[in-house]
Structure formats: structure tokens, C-alpha cells
Write a protein that binds this ligand. Structure first.
Ligand SMILES: C[S@@+](CC[C@H](N)C(=O)[O-])C[C@H]1O[C@@H](n2cnc3c(N)ncnc32)[C@H](O)[C@@H]1O
Ligand code: SF4
Length: 346
């Protein structure tokens, strides 16, 4: 990584910040650092997934160079995701290297989304690298249900990871996917548990990404229904608070904590979209819900200078679409998009 640390981002000088055709500045980059995972969540992956050959996956150095190019062009927030980011070998080399942009002030936030399974091992190092807060995905507090949802995961291990992260001083937001008939009776308990431990909670609607071998209609639970039910039990006060993401937040008066709703299906949040996503093969997706993508690996590998890379990024951002059009209904039982969430990283 040392050579990368010193690498000058030639070609960045004189180039403007990234602004799409609808006037939205691109300040948030999500990077999937691996398509692999130690879980097989039912809404995310099929049990027998095939993963990418190593040669197609960007090296840690290439990931660093790509992230740094976006930072040079105005990205202020970087989220590492996956697959499971913490199962990528050498992940801390990348985190430590990227942390130089925090120290230089070019980056406001470096963060990650994790299933928590490896947090006991990495929490302290992550905090030491300057990461302040992380998202941990957890859909249930019931060990059997957890095993059924994740297929391979251990709830106890994730609890251990959350303890370690809090002990290290990391702020945690819990993300839970709302699953019809699976965890829909658990939200009050999840709220009380998360808020009782000083963690915000965000509920997410299932999105129709990837072939997973089960019907989406079986899983889909509109958050409008969840919210109405929760409002019978709790006082929910609308908040203006935004984290730079698509969640709408309420304050739960009884717990004092924040509850977010990410509702791509029932509430289109595209108008304020400030983000793009990169897969671990260097494919840039301008919208989570559209197929259009740009290959950044080719210009990255074609030259040690970054001119080709910047040109490819500019060309791609000029094509960022206005929004997505996810639909789950009886006529659209097939996934709207063939790729899995573990490819684009959620
Ligand atoms: C793909 S995971 C990657 C990071 C990490 N492995 C984790 O689980 O947090 C990122 C987020 O996407 C969510 N997710 C996966 N598939 C989804 C789907 N089809 N619809 C909605 N959310 C999904 C997960 O629950 C998780 O919160
Ligand atoms: S949601 Fe995260 S933990 Fe679950 S299978 Fe997908 S990548 Fe792995």
C-alpha cells in the first residue's frame, strides 16, 4: 500500500466536482469490497451462490486508487460494504490506508456496513483508523429466527461483535429488513433493545434484487403498514434529521431513540440521491435500481495515470438516471434486476 499512499492523483487538478444531469452533486460513494459473505441471508443470496474469480476482483491497491479518485472529485463520505466487508482478506490494510483522507480533511466520513460476525476481531482497529460509526445488520433478536434468516449466522457471535464495537467507542446503527411473517412481530422489541443500548434503528423494505430462489411477494412487507402499527404503540415524532442517506427518521418518545424507515418501494427517494456504488470488480452503478453501469476496472488497469479513469467517471455520472422503478406485485414476481444486493452492496 505504501506506493499507493504516495500516488499523486494526476488528472484530478482542474476537474470539477461530480454533478449529474439533474444537478445532484455526487458526494457519497459506497464500495463493495467483496461479493463473498459468511452468511446466506434469504433475501440477499441463494444458498449455493457462485462467487467471482479472484482475477476479476480489484486488489486492495486498486480499490484504494479508485476510492481516492472519487475523493479527489468531491466525494466526502465513503462506505465499505459487500458481501461482508470484514471477510475480505487484508481489509484493515485498506481501511488504514483510506483513513489518510480523513486526516487530510478531504473525507468527512469513512464507515462500513457489516453483518457483525467479525466485529469482535476488528472493532478496535476500525475505531483506531478514525471510523466513528458503523451500521450493523440485524433482523431479529431470536437465535432460531436469526439462523433461519441468515442460514449460516450465529446471533451470539453478532451480539459479541456489537459489544466489542461499543466497547471500542464505535457508534452503531442497526439495520433490519422487514420480512413479512418473519420478524414483523418483533419491531417493538427491536426498538426497545436498540434504543436501550444507545443505537438508532432503521427498518428497510425488501428490494427485488437478484434471484434468490424464493418469491419476493412472500417477503415484502410495506413499511407504511409497519409504521401505522408502531404508531398505535409508540408516539412517533417526525424528525428533519438526515444522515446523507435515504432514511426518514422519527423520534420514539417512549425510548428517546431514533427510528428510520428506508422505503424504496412505497416512497421514492431518488430526487435527493447523492450517491453512486462500485462493485468489487470496479463496476460503477449510478443507480441501485437500474442496470446501466460503467466499467472502471478497464481504465484503472489500462494506465497508472488517472486520466482515463477520470474520463470514464465523468462519462458515467453524465448518465446517472433520474430514479429507479422497483415494483413488487403479482405480475412482477421475478427480480426487477438480476444482480444481488451483495454485488452492489445495498
Ligand atoms: C448486502 S448487505 C452488505 C453488508 C453486510 N454483509 C451486511 O449484511 O450488513 C447490506 C444491507 O443490504 C440489506 N439487504 C440485502 N438484500 C436486500 C434486499 N433484497 N432488500 C433490502 N435490503 C437488502 C442487508 O440486510 C444489509 O442491511
Ligand atoms: S445481507 Fe449481508 S450478511 Fe446477509 S448474505 Fe447479504 S451480504 Fe451477507
Amino acid at each position: 500500500m505504501d506506493s499507493v499512499q504516495g500516488l499523486e492523483l494526476d488528472g484530478a487538478a482542474g476537474r470539477r466536482e461530480l454533478v449529474d444531469p439533474f444537478g445532484r452533486a455526487i458526494t457519497y460513494l459506497r464500495v463493495s469490497v467483496t461479493d463473498r459473505c459468511d452468511f446466506r441471508c434469504v433475501y440477499c443470496m441463494a444458498e449455493n451462490m457462485s462467487f467471482l474469480p479472484k482475477a476479476e476482483v480489484l486488489t486492495l491497491e486498486e480499490l484504494d486508487r479508485l476510492c481516492s479518485a472519487f475523493i479527489a472529485r468531491g466525494v466526502r463520505k465513503l462506505r465499505l460494504t459487500g458481501g461482508e466487508p470484514l471477510v475480505r482478506r487484508g481489509i484493515m490494510t485498506l481501511v488504514n490506508s483510506l483513513s489518510r483522507h480523513l486526516r487530510s480533511g478531504q473525507l468527512d466520513e469513512l464507515t462500513l456496513t457489516t453483518n457483525g460476525s467479525q466485529l469482535s476481531k476488528y472493532a478496535e482497529d476500525i475505531k483506531a483508523a478514525g471510523v466513528q460509526r458503523i451500521n450493523v445488520s440485524l433482523d431479529t433478536l431470536d437465535a432460531d429466527k436469526f439462523r433461519a434468516i441468515t442460514r449460516w449466522g450465529s446471533l451470539e457471535q453478532v451480539f459479541g461483535g456489537i459489544d466489542a464495537a461499543q466497547a471500542a467507542g464505535l457508534k452503531i446503527k442497526i439495520n433490519a429488513v422487514a420480512l413479512k411473517g418473519v420478524n414483523e412481530d418483533e419491531f417493538p422489541r427491536l426498538i426497545e433493545w436498540a434504543h436501550g443500548r444507545g443505537m438508532d434503528l432503521t427498518l428497510i423494505e425488501v428490494m427485488p434484487l437478484g434471484e434468490i430462489g424464493e418469491g419476493r411477494l412472500d417477503q415484502y412487507l410495506p413499511l407504511s403498514i409497519v409504521r401505522a402499527r408502531l404508531a398505535e404503540r409508540f408516539s412517533l415524532e417526525d424528525l428533519d434529521y438526515r444522515t446523507g442517506g435515504p432514511a426518514r427518521y422519527v423520534r420514539v418518545a417512549e425510548t428517546g431513540g431514533k427510528l428510520g424507515f428506508i422505503t424504496p418501494m412505497t416512497h421514492n427517494f431518488c430526487e435527493s440521491c447523492n450517491r453512486v456504488r462500485i462493485t468489487c470488480t470496479g463496476t460503477l452503478y449510478m443507480c441501485l435500481g437500474q442496470e446501466d453501469a460503467a466499467d472502471l476496472r478497464k481504465p484503472l488497469r489500462a494506465s497508472e495515470a488517472n486520466n482515463l479513469l477520470f474520463a470514464a467517471i465523468d462519462e458515467a455520472i453524465a448518465r446517472k438516471p433520474k430514479g429507479h422503478d422497483f415494483i413488487i406485485d403479482r405480475r412482477h414476481q421475478r427480480p426487477a434486476l438480476a444482480r444481488h444486493m451483495s454485488v452492489t452492496g445495498g
